[in-house]
Design a binder for this molecule. Structure first.
Ligand code: C2E
Ligand code: MG
Ligand code: MG
Ligand code: MG
Length: 279
């Protein structure tokens, strides 16, 4: 095939690409042992309630402390993990660890909602709701303090399994947020069809609002629509004070971004964001 398609195809087999392919394969095989060796770690990013500026929640964001490659962000390994069933094991570890941390914050007297991302392949797993329920039970946390973040692109895949699983999760009392709204088709029928309780508006919609009146008008429109169907609205990617100020008038419930807090390890999160309520 390479010969037939001529010169361009040769690139597919160039040493660099081949090296990358081998690197991906290697990483994929390293994931399962890495879970056992506790090389994965969760960072937590605060979500602030606009009404009183309190920390209302935290989003768990996975990192891989790789022994040779250093600290890896999800972009470096998540897609690789998602291409194999190992994502279910990683997802189960993430859920367990996030619930354990939430329980530990609860014991210190902090009430907050933990947001946990799930991937497309996890949504296609018919045992997903049981996994979440078992985690919550194990750590003694009420599902209403756990918010599962899904993205629109996942919903177009295995719709019937995803829909059944999400309905079960909602029945159990978990919250469900539609993440990255504004990056895909922003299909409103998903909001209607799936048992979503929150809408998370992507930074590409949020960041222009300080300088762009049309962007602000659009954001206001999306937020009123979301509020009309009783969704909690979270704006993500808030990086500047101007963006934050512009958001205050939109009626959004929660804000999340580098301005108000970067993702941190649990100890740093506790020190920086939870100390005022401690003791
Ligand atoms: P996401 O769920 O939309 O998470 C928000 C991402 O935006 C995070 O990147 C976060 O660090 C980053 N972010 C937060 N505030 C700002 C800001 O003000 N400006 C900018 N430019 N970025 C900001 P991160 O941690 O690299 O995660 C990337 C994506 O990887 C996540 O997007 C999510 O889709 C996925 N992901 C992360 N952790 C997990 C996980 O535990 N499980 C699964 N399935 N997916 C995860
Ligand atoms: Mg998310
Ligand atoms: Mg997002
Ligand atoms: Mg994202």
């Amino acid at each position: 095939w390479a010969k037939e398609s001529g010169r361009h195809a040769v690139c597919l087999f160039s040493p660099d690409i081949d090296h990358w392919g081998a690197q991906r394969l290697k990483l994929r095989h390293e994931i399962r042992p890495a879970i056992e060796q506790r090389q994965f770690v969760l960072h937590y990013q605060p979500q602030f309630r606009v009404a009183d500026n309190a920390v209302a929640g935290a989003e768990a964001l996975v990192r891989w402390q790789h022994p040779k490659l250093g600290l890896l962000n999800p972009i470096a390994f998540l897609e690789i993990a998602e291409a194999s069933p190992v994502i279910n094991e990683l997802g189960a570890w993430i859920c367990d660890e996030a619930c354990r941390q939430l329980a530990s914050w609860n014991r210190l007297g902090h009430t907050l909602i933990m947001s946990i991302n799930v991937s497309a392949r996890q949504l296609g797993n018919p045992a997903l709701h049981e996994m979440f329920a078992a985690c919550a039970r194990k750590h003694g946390v009420d599902p209403k303090f756990i918010k599962i973040e899904i993205t629109e692109s996942m919903l177009s895949q295995d719709v019937s399994i995803a829909e059944a699983g999400l309905n079960k999760l909602k029945e159990y009392g978990f919250r469900i947020a539609l993440d990255d709204f504004g990056t895909g088709y922003s299909n409103f029928t998903y909001l209607h069809r799936f048992p979503v309780t929150a809408l998370k508006i992507d930074r590409s919609f949020v960041q222009p609002i300080a300088q762009d009146a049309k962007a602000l008008a659009m954001l206001n429109g999306i937020i009123s629509l979301a509020k009309a169907i009783n969704l909690t609205v979270i704006c993500e990617g808030v990086e500047t004070e101007n963006q934050r100020e512009a958001l205050l008038g939109t009626g959004c419930d929660l804000i999340q971004g580098y301005l108000t807090g970067r993702p941190l390890v649990a100890e740093e999160f506790t020190q920086l964001h939870l100390t005022n309520v401690r003791k």
